[in-house]
Design a binder for this molecule. Structure first.
Ligand SMILES: C[S@@+](CC[C@H](N)C(=O)[O-])C[C@H]1O[C@@H](n2cnc3c(N)ncnc32)[C@H](O)[C@@H]1O
Length: 295
């Protein structure tokens, strides 16, 4: 399968199609709004009206901690399962139309980069006909900058919000939302009629050993309710739980893991300090995958 540049970006101000200028320096819409492409290759399509704070989304420190942790390969099995789900969807469609995927809240791009690389892998879709275009979007400019450094060549990276993804309506086959914030109305509008949403979320036992250290009372919560998606016509097509162990994490990895999760901000300072002193920890990785399709 061939990977191509995304051709379905839209203007965040008037929703018209964005076209790259011949010199490759900007995206323009027909009404004359233009957006510079940064030298690292990404584009900022988050309008001031859609910004709810000065520096929205994950901070630079959180992004760098997540990147270091994920680069250690500890979540590779989670990424492999995501890739398998998308490969199966591509194959099931039997369509020559371009497969358009958006990672909504892509963070520093680990999962989307691994997905795009899997298309050319021998156990991926190397022999498959057709084309695929991938957009990675996050509201954090720090996340998108790191993501663009991972794979500038084959992925379109944008700063944008799940509340209003800057893509043409009805243009996406697949929206990935990993440990993120799904906005179902906006996702429904951006998807093709038979498009899918892949929700990847913490399972009840996820990072239990770390949570037991940073909280007095650990609650086992199921993945969030999907009633809003169901009201919009989505049905749960497939669900899957990946459960495994991280293996012995070292001090640096424990600190990165804490910093990349909401537990860092929710935990009391003395509990965080306790976690920071640990020399090693083996945590449970319990991740829920749900595939929603409009029927
Ligand atoms: C827990 S992180 C997960 C990142 C990535 N999906 C991963 O699993 O490595 C959540 C991400 O969502 C981003 N985010 C938060 N609100 C968002 C929004 N409204 N639109 C897009 N991204 C958002 C954050 O900046 C952060 O990068």
């Amino acid at each position: 399968m061939k990977i191509v540049s995304a051709d379905n970006l839209s203007c965040p101000l008037d929703a018209m199609a964005l076209v790259k200028t011949v010199d490759g320096k900007q995206f323009n819409c027909a009404a004359g709004h233009s957006f510079d492409i940064a030298k690292q290759g990404h584009v900022n399509l988050l309008s001031v009206q859609d910004k709810r704070s000065k520096d929205p989304g994950d901070s630079k420190d959180m992004v760098l901690a997540r990147q270091r942790f994920l680069n250690g390969g500890i979540y590779n099995a989670v990424s492999d399962k995501l890739n398998t789900i998308i490969h199966e969807d591509i194959i099931a469609r039997h369509s020559n139309a371009q497969y358009n995927v958006l990672d909504a809240g892509c963070g520093e791009g680990y999962y989307l980069d691994r997905f795009v690389r899997s298309l050319g892998a021998e156990d991926g879709l190397r022999g498959q006909d057709g084309t695929c275009a991938a957009i990675g979007m996050d509201i954090s400019k720090h996340a998108v900058l790191s993501a663009a450094k991972r794979n500038r060549q084959n992925i379109t990276w944008v700063v944008g919000t799940n509340r209003k993804p800057p893509v043409m309506q009805g243009s996406l086959d697949c929206i990935i939302c990993m440990f993120g914030y799904p906005i179902y109305e906006a996702f429904a509008a951006a998807l093709k009629p038979d498009g899918i949403i892949i929700l990847v979320e913490s399972g009840m036992g996820h990072l239990m050993e770390l949570r037991e250290i940073v909280y007095d009372d650990v609650r086992k919560q199921p993945p969030p309710d999907i009633t809003t998606a169901e009201i919009l016509g989505f049905t749960l097509q497939e669900s899957y739980i990946y459960c495994g162990k991280s293996g012995a994490l070292n001090k640096k990895q424990i600190n990165d893991l804490l910093l990349m999760t909401p537990h860092f901000f929710k935990a009391k300072p003395e509990k965080r300090a306790h976690a920071a002193r640990l020399e090693t920890l083996n945590v449970t990785i319990d991740v829920s995958f749900r595939v929603l399709r409009r029927s």
